[in-house]
Design a protein around this ligand. Structure first.
Ligand code: FEC
Length: 310
């Protein structure tokens, strides 16, 4: 039979509307509803960025469509793309059920996050694998793609064009590039998790490709829990850089691929203001969103994973 191979494109998910923030937050907290204060605080952050539209949803939709279009160009009719979200509808399990309803027997899964941690990508894969087993679908997964040459090139292009905003070569040389990613609880270190090493490898490769000599890696968006999270946080890093006399920072949040809350609020509003208070000009590279090089990266990886299916 010539059934297409399913491609489950997985992403974090965002509320459908302002009314859905509580349900979304409760899901992130594994079923524990937020306090009214926590809910109000998160709602205020969304209000600051969205104006009624949740950009992550549109970006994930465009990325899924972009991967389908790229696969259709390379392998007409061979693949059908489905979406599965971690914390919102359509959930990962809904995506797997949709494949089963269409008669899909073989599928690959890929996450819209290039770096593997057992606490991030690992949990998407676990849920998809369990759902696929329940539906009798054979499934293979892309675990990470943090050094894919097209991904690195896409980031390098963004570094170069953002650096040009600061001025000529002399001004650009005085810019500190700050790569960042979502922090995770420190206990991943004792689990032998590849997350930190993969993020540093992406940073190094992208800096080299863009000719950036002066860079650091820092964390962002740590959760507000009692256990320790990976640091230093970007705000602490900015504070230190200000004391060292740095006047210009280019933020490169390579752990993320889309415009969404952790970029549009945590960086563009919170970190930018914090930097300004310390006399630092703070700019950010554009996110990948549905950049053609990124779509090609995902399509190539999906096809490679499919080739490994039994
Ligand atoms: O724009 C949007 O609506 C969604 C933005 C968003 C992205 C995102 C990505 C990652 N997270 C990761 C880990 C955690 C851990 C916790 C956690 C909590 C939140 C909360 C919000 C939120 N995350 Fe998220 N994350 C996004 C949004 N995240 C909102 C809850 C309020 C808050 O703490 O700010 C802590 C959970 C707990 O309480 O136990 C851990 C990781 C990523 C990047 C990889 C990926 O995209 O999957 C890792 C986008």
């Amino acid at each position: 039979t010539n059934r297409p191979v399913g491609v489950l494109v997985m992403s974090y998910g965002t509320p459908k509307s302002m009314d859905h923030i509580e349900a979304y937050y409760t899901h992130i907290r594994r079923g524990h509803p937020p306090t009214p204060e926590q809910l109000a605080e998160l709602t205020a952050r969304y209000e600051a960025i969205v104006g009624g539209v949740f950009p992550l949803r549109e970006n994930t939709d465009r990325q899924a469509a972009g991967v389908q279009a790229q696969l259709d160009r390379e392998h007409p009719g061979a693949y059908k793309v489905y979406q599965g979200l971690k914390h919102a509808e359509p959930f990962i399990e809904d995506g797997v059920k949709a494949m089963a309803a269409d008669g899909i027997r073989e599928a690959v899964g890929i996450v819209l996050a290039p770096h593997y941690s057992v606490m991030s990508v690992g949990s998407y894969i676990k849920r998809a694998r369990e759902a696929a087993e329940a539906e009798g679908i054979q499934m293979a997964f892309v675990e990470s793609y943090h050094l894919h040459p097209k991904l690195i090139e896409a980031i390098a292009v963004r570094l170069r064009s953002a650096l040009a905003r600061f001025g000529g070569p002399d001004e650009q040389r005085s810019v500190k590039v700050l790569f960042s990613a979502h922090s995770l609880p420190e206990r991943i270190l004792s689990m032998g998790d590849p997350y930190v090493d993969q993020l540093l490898a992406t940073s190094r490769a992208a800096a080299e490709a863009a000719g950036v000599a002066d860079w650091e890696f820092t964390w962002q968006s740590a959760g507000r829990t009692n256990e320790p999270w990976l640091g230093p946080d970007i705000l602490d890093t900015l504070d230190r850089l200000a004391k060292e006399g740095v006047k210009a920072v280019l933020s490169a949040p390579i752990g993320f691929v889309s415009d969404h809350l952790e970029v549009l609020y945590d960086l563009d509003i919170e970190a930018k203001q914090f930097a300004a208070e310390r006399g630092i000009r703070f700019e950010r590279i554009d996110m990948l969103n549905d950049d053609p090089l990124y779509m090609e990266t995902l399509a190539e990886l999906a096809a490679e994973a499919a080739a490994g299916l039994p």
